[in-house]
Design a protein around this ligand. Sequence first.
Ligand SMILES: NC(=O)c1ccc[n+]([C@@H]2O[C@H](COP(=O)([O-])OP(=O)(O)OC[C@H]3O[C@@H](n4cnc5c(N)ncnc54)[C@H](O)[C@@H]3O)[C@@H](O)[C@H]2O)c1
Length: 422
Amino acid sequence: MKPEIAIIGAGYVGVPLAQVFADAGRRVVLVDVQQSRVDRLNNGDSYIEDVPSDVLGKLVGAGLISATTDYDILREVDAILIALPTPLSRQREPDLSIVLNAVGQIAPRLRKGHLVVLESTTYPGTTREEILPILETSGLKIGEDFHLAFSPERVDPGRTDWTTKNVPKVIGGMTPACTERAAELYGSAVDTVHRVTTPEAAELTKLLENIFRSVNIALVNELAILCDRMNIDIWEVVDAASTKPFGFMRFSPGPGLGGHCIPIDPFYLTWKAREFGFYTEFIELAGKVNEEMPYFCRSLVSQALNHSKERSLKGSKLLVLGVAYKPNIGDMRESPALKLISLLQNAGAEVSYHDPHVPQFKEHGLEMVCVPYAPAEYDCVVIVTDHAEIDYAQLVDDAELVVDLRNATGPKGTASDKVFKL
Ligand SMILES: NC(=O)c1ccc[n+]([C@@H]2O[C@H](COP(=O)([O-])OP(=O)(O)OC[C@H]3O[C@@H](n4cnc5c(N)ncnc54)[C@H](O)[C@@H]3O)[C@@H](O)[C@H]2O)c1
């Protein structure tokens, strides 16, 4: 039976989205340029941790999920959802080339009755100014012949309480009919749909969410640096402030921002704002503070070695524990571990890493393989990502020295003079 929905981009967003529609009994085809990914999906072999292979396998077996590299499949479906990467260029400007190339492939295949939805995070105006003109080269009329909307993906990879299914879906169509058409589609699979009046409102909604995180993380990071000078435990302060039942939301300090969204998306707005002669100062300041964190964390490691072992970074054997950008997943994109490892190596340290989710990686000029977990063999263990698999209380016993950038060692770490915390 032919698929009803095509999702272009079979990644962290596309595959869980396909599962949600398939769970609701809709037939989905994932379109991706990577043949190896398409083959794995068609074999029910998942590479996305949020969609385990046994779940994917059943949906593939039931004919609800399939995958292809052939864009001609778009002619057969009713709805085309775009979940492609939106990175920054080397000059830190929006790079929409992947999305726009894909839309260029959709246009000649567009037919009456098609619904197209962009899910990729982007600046306000993208759907109207960039996507619509390409689709209109088909000669079809928006709101009548075909429908177009923006609906941001809000998935948080690795999270199980809030998923693509139960996080409300914000939808802004080019016309009221476009919004309704998209709301009808998503409403058949997700729990709640929230309509806004324009695609621009939906585009900015997603950016507001990410900027909110970036700014609040920067605030707590700045306080962490101050607390180091004032000899106050930032974690104790954050825990105490979090007891307030209203008007406060918990954010934790750390070695820097990671992932595809928070370090990148705010700058999509900064770029667009310039067109209006406006400077997004909160975003810039937050970016500056957060980018400083790996440097501050390097100095913490250096001080810890100096104080407790009378050693310098140069020549010390270090184990970085956890390199993924957040706990319990293997995603390395923009991970602050990469910057920190480079800084430690540049200072002459001999750096190894252990991460139960990352067997090896090749990113940002680094190429490393995970070493076995043997904390006692190092001058210092640096906890960069606090995966659940590690027994941190035991680590405090086993290691000679620990720098804990995530408060993973808890009260035991606070009490031990072997542990230096952010
Ligand atoms: N990952 C997240 O946590 C998350 C959360 C919310 C929103 N987003 C946004 O969603 C979008 C997609 O991100 P992602 O994390 O799923 O990306 P991803 O890198 O995991 O997946 C993208 C997929 O697209 C494929 N691809 C690249 N070019 C293609 C083309 N021309 N045609 C077909 N397939 C192509 C790649 O092979 C890859 O499989 C981004 O805009 C991102 O900002 C991501």
